[in-house]
Design a protein around this ligand. Structure first.
Ligand code: NAP
Length: 298
């Protein structure tokens, strides 16, 4: 893409992923950042009108209803944001001949596997959040629009509500943190996902034209795997709380939540590496980078 020659529409611009995307996309065109305050994505006619009036060459959707437990009792809103809004974005993208980048989740899987899930692995979400995100994927994939669907997992950053910020807040208040040790996944620094997305975009164009053969579904996470307990332990050690705060392993049964999480949701990134030559660092390297950037970002 040639700098500033194209309109870019970014949804979810104030989320953990969207806020980093906002700065990275600025060098690729004129970014129209849309947060919740500017447009409620449940207003589907307004969403469609905004896209058709902006005539973007690129739409990036980092917005989502991400409250996994709340979604169980708020399915209509979760469906509007996670399924119907992406459907409208994709239909409008097709009409504008825009490329749509859409994000999805490891929670499309049920977690019964013991080896990393690929893009071809069967999906079977355990709850409303995962089901509405999966339906959003299918709507985008079936729209006929040029698209990238990027499934990521266990996102955290120095901004917003996430596991890292929760652990650091609790560590300042308590001597013991009790964290589940029977869910395995890959913690992924949101800024790394944003940077990889920007690099993928560079690889999506040849002579200003979208490389349609590269469109489709990709897994995009850090490498390796761990449990929430060992992730928490590493956070506590790396931030100097290790002397005072004990991190105790508990089971999912000890910490009941409205919706079941996958016991295992590691995503293979082999397709991403094969097609785009992109490989994110190990989760622990990602955590160190996030913590190193913490002071400058808060
Ligand atoms: N967080 C994770 O652990 C995780 C894991 C796997 C995949 N993902 C996926 O990665 C993507 C980015 O996630 P994230 O962690 O960056 O999410 P996030 O920080 O929760 O940001 C999502 C953004 O969407 C906005 N939004 C929600 N409802 C909206 C509505 N009705 N109208 C307009 N905007 C609305 C939110 O605004 P308000 O806050 O003002 O509502 C928020 O700014 C999403 O597709 C998510 O499903 C996330």
């Amino acid at each position: 893409m040639h700098k500033n020659s194209r309109n870019i529409l970014l949804f979810g611009a104030n989320g953990q992923l969207g806020s980093k995307l906002k700065s990275l996309l600025a060098v690729k065109g004129t970014v129209h950042s849309v947060g919740h305050a500017e447009l409620d994505l449940r207003n589907l006619p307004a969403l469609r009108t905004l896209i058709l009036e902006t005539k973007p060459a690129l739409i990036v959707n980092a917005a989502a209803y991400t409250a996994v437990d709340a979604a169980e009792s708020d399915a209509d809103n979760a469906r509007l944001v996670n399924t119907e809004a992406p459907r409208v974005m994709a239909e409008a993208a097709r009409e504008c001949q825009a490329l749509l980048v859409h994000y999805s989740t490891d929670y499309v899987f049920d977690g019964a596997a013991h080896t990393p899930y690929t893009e071809a692995s069967p999906v079977s979400p355990l709850g409303v959040y995962g089901a509405t995100k999966l339906a959003g994927e299918l709507a985008v994939a079936g729209s006929g629009a040029a698209h990238l669907i990027l499934r990521t997992a266990w996102l955290y950053s120095n901004r917003g509500k996430n596991f890292l910020n929760t652990m650091l807040r609790l560590a300042a208040e308590r001597d013991e943190l009790r964290v589940v040790n029977d869910q395995t996944g890959c913690p992924t620094y949101a800024d790394l996902v944003a940077e990889a997305s920007a690099r993928m975009l560079d690889g999506m164009y040849a002579g200003g034209v979208v490389r349609l053969e590269r469109c489709g579904l990709y897994h995009l996470t850090c490498q390796g795997e761990t449990t929430w307990w060992s992730f928490a332990k590493r956070i506590i050690e790396l931030t100097g709380f290790g002397e005072r705060v004990r991190v105790t392993a508990i089971t999912t049964a000890d910490y009941p939540t409205p919706v079941k999480r996958p016991a295992y949701s590691v995503l293979s990134n082999a397709k991403l590496e094969r097609v785009f030559g992109i490989r994110l660092p190990d989760w622990e390297e990602g955590l160190k980078r996030c913590l190193a950037e913490r002071d400058t970002q808060r």
